[in-house]
Design a binder for this molecule. Structure first.
Ligand code: ADP
Ligand code: MG
Ligand code: ZN
Length: 479
């Protein structure tokens, strides 16, 4: 049998940290990156005798997420205890939801090579995050940081509807963008605010039953997720082709070796002994409450995209990229408000900004400069104060140390040389140094002109006005 006789089946459990100001059962702040254990109290440190109080915002945000993903919202649900021991879980149980989740039976639409596809959501439930173990901080041991303990999460479970790594990426991007738009999570993947457990199995196309799956936990980079799925599919098919069996187990993806490793066996599914949380009351929601939340849902990516096509004449592809992220899309709009040049802002975002984001694996939300600064950069180029190649240097500065582009240009002495006599000096100098190019040009090799302009740009460290250089070289060469 060949690779083509197999079908890949994937289902995801996505954890998103909610951006409420305080934790789910106490009033400790949820901010990321504080000194270890400074955002804790007896409740989230699990001191005996303390009692949890449910943060109402958590329910509101989770309902918002459910409505934005076409879920049915439960009018009456509850919390449950999921019992297990782990050093970063001081209560020895996690408060989650078991048989009655807050949201159920939703779906989202994703774009695939074959067009739109519907991915069903089994459920969205609320739960608390665990703390963190810092393995590198302490010689030979490890330290526990409980700042994250009790940070609210929603877990979004999909049906096993995904069929390839590309579909998974498309699904995750869509889900992330929806959560960003409704502002319930910042979805910063590098900080673990948006992470996925990836369940993968393969089966022969002729088989009606699903195959045995493996699960890779807590993955938080698109690139790793795609690589891990491709590796895991290959591995499973090879085992089956050799007449072997897949073990149902939890795997760890290692980015360096590009392989998965077994973490723990799940053959006898872990028994969490769920039971209803006795310290919390049921969550009962009125129709009015749900309707109210529904009426606050903002413009979602799809409708923004349509607006960009009509209002700004963007291409479908560019509009897709920009509206995929609320932050990119907000950046786009606020930059246009400043410079009134949608075409140019679009180009900066699609080319240079996207490239830097890719190279540094930075989330758009972490872009350090604002739309006003981007808009001002565009104005400086439009006015001819700087060339577009200097513009790229200004953009790099904006990423490294954001400030007013005009200040950057002044401080660095990057103002474009548009003074005729200064340009002329450079042209004469470059021509003197390159007699061969003059001969080439006269022999009909037009490329020589480009070379000369390039040399002049180098000489002026990108500051000469390229249009003027071009014209002046031509003039001199045709003399
Ligand atoms: P658990 O909570 O133990 O991980 P669930 O039954 O809730 O188990 O399933 C978790 C995820 O695994 C869901 O997203 C589901 O779509 C996916 N899944 C279930 N069976 C398979 C399978 N055979 N292949 C791939 N994914 C699967
Ligand atoms: Mg699971
Ligand atoms: Zn606390």
């Amino acid at each position: 049998m060949s690779r083509n006789d197999y079908e890949v089946i994937i289902g995801l459990e996505v954890h998103a940290e909610l951006s409420t100001k305080t934790k789910i059962f106490c009033s400790c702040p949820t901010e990321f990156g504080g000194m270890p254990n400074t955002q804790t109290c007896p409740i989230c440190m699990a001191m005996p005798g303390t009692l949890p109080v449910l943060n109402e915002k958590v329910v509101e945000y989770a309902v918002k997420a459910g409505l934005a993903t076409n879920c049915e919202i439960s009018r009456n649900c509850k919390n449950d205890r999921k019992n297990y021991y782990y050093p970063d879980l001081p209560k020895s149980y996690q408060i989650s939801q078991f048989d009655r989740p807050l949201c159920e039976k939703g779906y989202i639409e994703i774009d695939t090579v074959e067009g739109k596809k519907t991915i069903r959501l089994t459920r969205i439930h609320i739960e608390e995050d665990a703390g963190k173990l810092n393995h590198n901080d302490f010689a030979g041991g490890c330290l526990v940081d409980l700042n994250r303990a009790g940070v609210p999460l929603i877990e979004i479970v999909s049906e096993p509807d995904l069929r390839s790594a590309e579909e998974v990426e498309s699904y995750l991007r869509k889900l992330k963008s929806i959560l960003e738009y409704i502002e319930v999570s910042d979805c910063k993947m590098q900080e673990g605010s948006f992470r996925a457990d990836v369940n993968v199995s393969v089966k022969k196309k002729s088989d009606t039953q699903l195959g045995i799956r493996t699960e890779m936990k807590n993955m938080n980079s698109f690139r790793s997720i795609v690589r891990a799925i491709e590796y895991e599919v290959e591995r499973q098919i090879n085992i089956l082709e050799d007449g072997g069996k897949i073990d149902q187990e939890t795997l760890r993806w290692d980015d360096v070796s590009g392989k998965t490793f077994s973490m723990r066996d799940k053959a006898d599914a872990q028994d969490y002994r769920y039971f209803p949380e006795p310290d919390l009351v049921a969550i009962k929601l009125s129709e009015e409450y749900i309707e109210n939340i529904k009426s606050t849902l903002p413009e979602l990516p799809e409708s923004r995209k349509q607006r960009y096509l009509e209002q700004y004449n963007l291409s479908e592809k560019d509009a897709n990229i920009i509206t995929a992220s609320k932050y990119l899309s907000d950046l786009f709009e606020s930059a246009i408000n400043v410079c009134n040049n949608p075409k140019s802002v679009n180009n900066w975002i699609i080319s240079d900004i996207s490239r830097i984001l890719n190279e540094t694996e930075m989330d758009p939300i972490s872009i350090p400069f604002n739309g006003k600064q981007l808009g001002k950069l565009v104005i400086l180029i439009d006015k001819g104060t700087i060339s577009s190649s200097i513009g790229k240097k200004v953009l790099t500065e904006l990423f490294e140390n954001p400030r007013d582009p005009e200040e950057i240009v002044k401080e660095k002495g990057w103002i474009q040389i548009s003074d005729e006599s200064a340009i002329k000096d450079v042209v004469v100098k470059i021509l003197q140094a390159n007699p061969q190019s003059i001969a080439d040009f006269k022999a009909g090799k037009d490329r020589a002109l480009g070379f000369l302009v390039g040399q002049a740009m180098k000489e002026t460290r990108g500051q000469a006005n390229p249009k003027m250089l071009n014209e002046m070289f031509l003039e001199e060469l045709q003399k």
